[in-house]
Design a protein around this ligand. Structure first.
Ligand code: NAD
Ligand code: DAU
Length: 351
């Protein structure tokens, strides 16, 4: 396989760290450059296993800074960019939309501009935007999101991701920049920041704190093991068709309340406590404003065209996730004892 230099943005975050680890280990002949601003969500502890690998480089920097990105493109001759850096939490987008506009929209355009300026005739180049199923809006009881589903973003987060998807496609159509986009459902697994549903619940069960369920708890999400997302991104980067979009999903729909019940039972087992103990912590709280009712992905295209299917089933994945958090108490404690503590307390005191 020919050597390549690939820029991965947001590689110190949840999904990015799984992707960086996969790429560094799988492609020793590549140079993987991880650019991350190390916001509250970025954590170099996630990358301990590859930090000394000869084909890996970490660069701290902000994707919204044009001078810095220009210098980065002058330093490295990138063959491709896999762009994950983003503000990613819907609740935070409701309280502070501007940082989502800056990072997710302005930051993406800044990367697009420099790819366009530095990549000559674009031969052998690829700009890959990692996006979300939330751009498609909200489903009723039935139906699935297809790649052709019209965009209907409804939160500041999903509107910012929809905007960046549109801009990536605009650079393809207007300037001929080679691009791919993938839109994925909810990920779960190790290293997820404990503001997201699954790690938040695991942490609260451990701490014997209330388990806040928004609204009636019947909101539905399709959950995908993060390692399966990383293999899909690797495959799309190498075999996806220029200009195309691929939906990625777990075929694994859960109503939030059912998922949390399942997680409570897994945690009771792992903590050696009587079944039913963790469920007693469940507390219904004020709903998320504009809360999307249901997401579900039709991932036929990536299955038929690229041969990808999720490998990890929910029962196994939830148990592996809960075990990982219990075995990595220091990682969790480092996060929950810092600025996150104030965020958590404010978030739930308002409800
Ligand atoms: P995350 O919040 O865990 O990580 C985001 C990373 O981006 C962090 O390391 C952060 O430091 C970095 N970052 C933020 N602003 C930056 C900036 N201005 N410059 C450079 N780096 C910056 O997010 P995640 O859950 O790993 O999501 C990664 C990507 O995948 C995002 O684009 C998100 O929209 C998308 N996505 C996430 C999910 C999910 O379930 N988590 C599902 C589908 C798509
Ligand atoms: O669908 C993909 C998206 O999934 C990604 O693009 C986002 O980056 C990612 O954060 C995720 O968004 P959600 O809003 O679906 O994830 P979150 O974990 O915040 O919430 C999952 C569901 O659980 C949602 O219906 C809201 C609910 N919830 C969440 C929290 C944090 C609760 O009921 N209680 C909670 O405390």
């Amino acid at each position: 396989m020919a050597s390549k230099t690939i820029l991965i943005t947001g590689g110190a975050g949840f999904i990015g760290s799984h992707l960086v680890t996969l790429m560094v280990n799988k492609y020793p002949e590549y140079k993987i450059v991880n650019l991350d601003h190390l916001t509250y969500a970025g954590n170099l502890e996630n990358l301990k296993s590859v930090e000394n690998a000869p084909n890996y480089t970490f660069v701290k920097g902000d994707i919204t800074d044009p001078k810095f990105i220009d210098e980065l493109f002058q330093t490295y001759s990138f063959d491709g960019i896999i762009h994950l850096a983003a503000e990613s939490h819907v609740d935070r987008s409701i309280t502070n939309p501007m940082s989502f506009i800056e990072t997710n929209i302005v930051g993406t355009v800044n990367l697009l501009n420099h790819a366009k300026a530095h990549w000559g005739d674009f031969e052998g180049k690829l700009f890959y935007h990692v996006s979300t199923d939330e751009v498609y809006g909200s489903l009723g009881e039935t139906g699935f999101f297809l790649e052709t589903t019209a965009y209907d973003p409804r939160s500041p987060y999903s509107a910012s991701k929809a905007s960046s998807d549109h801009l990536v496609r605009a650079y393809h159509h207007t300037y001929g920049l080679p691009i791919v986009i993938s839109n994925c459902s909810n990920n779960y697994g190790p290293y997820q920041f404990p503001e997201k549903l699954i790690p938040l619940m695991i942490n609260n069960i451990q701490q014997n704190k209330p388990l806040p369920i928004y609204g009636d708890g019947k909101y539905t999400r399709d959950w995908l093991w993060v390692g399966d997302h990383a293999t899909a991104i690797d495959l799309i980067y190498h075999e996806g068709k220029n200009g195309e979009t691929y939906n990625i999903g777990g075929n694994n729909e859960w109503k939030n309340i059912d998922l949390v019940h399942q997680l409570c039972d897994v945690m009771d087992g792992l903590l050696g406590q009587e079944q039913g103990t963790a469920r007693k912590l469940i507390t219904f709280v004020k709903d998320r404003p504009g809360h999307d009712r249901r997401y579900a992905i039709d991932a036929t295209k990536i299955k038929e065209e690229l041969g990808w299917e999720p490998q990890v089933q929910a029962a196994e994945g939830l148990k592996m996730t809960a075990e990982w958090y219990l075995n990595n108490a220091e990682w969790l404690n480092n996060i929950t004892s810092g600025a996150y503590k104030a965020y958590y307390e404010k978030q739930y005191s308002d409800r």
